[in-house]
Design a protein around this ligand. Structure first.
Ligand code: GLN
Length: 534
């Protein structure tokens, strides 16, 4: 019998519900229950791939090529296991499937309705994930906030699931915000109201987790318990922390794990957390901070690059250093708002992934600066492609060299669309997606980082280094040091430079707190070495 934990959110979005889900997942997984996590997104997009990172933050890519909600990244980092595209259910997928069934005649004679057809489809999918993934416990996070119109069918579906699966196999956890207002008071009313909203739909939470700027006191806890219709021991406090990786430890200390085990009738087991505790300690103790430039186009919304930031955090903790990330909007380099002479204080730079022309000139200028100064620079995906363009322009003298994504008529298309991509008409879900095998060339920077070959990393792109230019680029000092089985150039690095490395893949997606990505760790190590020899 699978146990289900449904997690809803109240008061506002971006509360850190994904971190709570990841934390509960870690505690259960570490106490020996095969745990899996699902994110439900009530929007009508079929997947997150067609959304702008400004709207919805990073698109997380799974091993099997799903373009998913960034919460799946939290799940992977906390649970330490791969999610699949199945683990992200959207309203778009649900409606698409219901409408296809309707056209096929599966519901012939019936009036197709939200209840029961859409709700049945939702329940079926949730149960299918539990089965396909072999979960003992499935944690299902309902995205958005209780009270949103588009969330209603999902809440109705999970309400029905409690009846069908039985109360000891299903619990509801509500995560809501208690804001601290300008007088310094912590207000519980928004939490009370969001629980009321939930109860109006027929869902009584079993557990309430309160996000707030500080821990709850006994009075506040009692008040939320009274109005939320739960015993005080069912109210847990999730205060702000310096590191999200502390959240599972805080919730564990409050007794959340044993309470969940009690409610679900699971055997009482303690989790093994010592390595996790060590890691959290490391995030707090560091010798010094390094200044890293983060050059991109969506730098105003930090969630746009969340896996990269987390990958840097994992690597920094292992190296005993702290991070000072300087976010540079690449259009600001072009229009002079960011003065490039300030780059002298930066010790390393990451050229972030992206799409489209806006801001690329600024990135190319920045790459040139770092190439000339000899300081470590790492290009991810689009960042790698622009490194190739920069080298072609400034070392090969091909002045108008470009990627055809940015200039379809360039005389020197050093980066061009992947041939099989050229016949694709539909945009959704059609990039080169998911993990691929990459063979590394020995005696290279990248080989030194992984110390193994082949490696498997995840991709999300349509363009690639144009093989016609490989010879010329290599003569200019740019080595290709990683090749996929399909024959694409996946890693570039520059001779006679401390660390000028571009990777077509996204190593950040596989970085874990206890097992940082070799690329990000190697980059920070290079930053430390370059500073030492300065
Ligand atoms: N726009 C580039 C491409 O499609 C890079 C994509 C990315 O950075 N994820 O190839």
């Amino acid at each position: 019998m699978v146990k289900y934990i449904f997690v809803t959110g109240g008061v506002l979005s971006s509360l850190g519900k994904g971190v709570v889900v990841g934390s509960i997942g870690l505690l259960l997984e570490r106490s020996g229950f095969n745990t899996d996590t699902v994110k439900i997104d009530p929007y009508l997009n079929v997947d997150a791939g067609t959304m702008n990172p400004y709207m919805h933050g990073e698109v997380f890519v799974t091993e099997d090529g799903g373009e998913t909600d960034l919460d799946l990244g939290h799940y992977e980092r906390f649970l330490g296991k791969y999610m699949s595209k199945l683990n992200n259910i959207t309203a778009g997928q649900i409606y698409l499937s219901v409408l296809e069934k309707e056209r096929r005649g599966d519901y012939l004679g019936q009036c197709v309705q939200v209840v029961p057809h859409v709700t049945n489809e939702i329940k079926e999918r949730i149960r299918h994930v539990a089965k396909a993934r072999g979960a003992d416990v499935l944690i299902v996070e309902i995205g958005g906030t209780v009270g949103d119109i588009e969330g209603l069918p999902f809440l109705e579906a999970i309400r029905q699931m409690k009846l069908e699966e039985g109360p000891s196999n299903t619990i509801f956890i509500h995560v809501a915000l208690a804001p601290i207002i300008t007088t310094g008071e912590l207000k519980t009313k928004p939490v009370q109201h969001s629980v009321q909203e939930l109860r109006r739909i027929g869902i009584q939470p079993d557990i309430i987790i309160v996000r707030s700027g500080r821990a709850l006191n006994d009075d506040e806890r009692a008040k939320i318990a009274l109005y939320g219709n739960v015993p005080p021991k069912a109210v847990f406090s999730d205060p702000d922390t310096d590191s999200i990786y502390e959240v599972p430890l805080i919730l564990y200390k409050e007794g959340l794990l044993s309470y969940i085990q009690e409610l679900l009738g699971l055997p009482r087991r303690e989790p093994e957390l010592s390595d996790w505790v060590d890691f959290v300690e490391k995030t707090k103790k560091y010798r010094r901070k390094v200044n890293i430039a983060m050059v991109g186009k969506y730098t105003k919304v930090r969630d746009s690059y969340i896996s990269i930031v987390e990958a840097l955090r994992h690597a920094a903790a292992h190296l005993g250093i702290g991070l000072n990330l300087e976010w540079i909007e690449s259009t600001d380099i072009e229009n002079g708002v960011y003065d490039l002479s300030r780059a002298g204080e930066l010790e390393g730079a990451i050229i972030l992934p992206g799409f489209g022309r806006r801001g690329t000139l600024g990135k190319i200028e920045f790459i040139k600066r770092f190439r000339e100064s000899g300081k470590p620079i790492l290009g991810i995906c689009f960042g790698m492609q622009l490194m190739v363009v920069e080298v072609a322009r400034n070392l090969l003298g091909l002045k108008d060299a470009n990627s055809t994504e940015l200039d379809p008529n360039t005389p020197h298309p050093v980066v061009d669309m992947i041939p099989w991509q050229k016949n694709i008409e539909k945009i959704g879900g059609t990039m080169r997606l998911g993990a691929r095998r990459i063979n590394l060339v020995r005696d290279s920077i990248i080989w030194g980082l992984y110390r193994a070959s082949p490696i498997y990393e995840r991709f999300r792109h349509r363009y690639t280094l144009n093989l016609k230019y490989v010879d010329q680029l290599e003569k200019a000092g740019l080595r290709i040091t990683g090749w996929s089985d399909e024959g694409f150039a996946e890693v570039v690095e520059l001779n006679n430079h401390s660390f000028f490395l571009g990777v077509q893949f996204h190593p950040e997606f596989k970085s874990r707190p206890l097992n940082p990505s070799p690329v990000y760790k190697g980059f920070l190590q290079a930053v430390l070495e370059a500073a030492r020899s300065d």
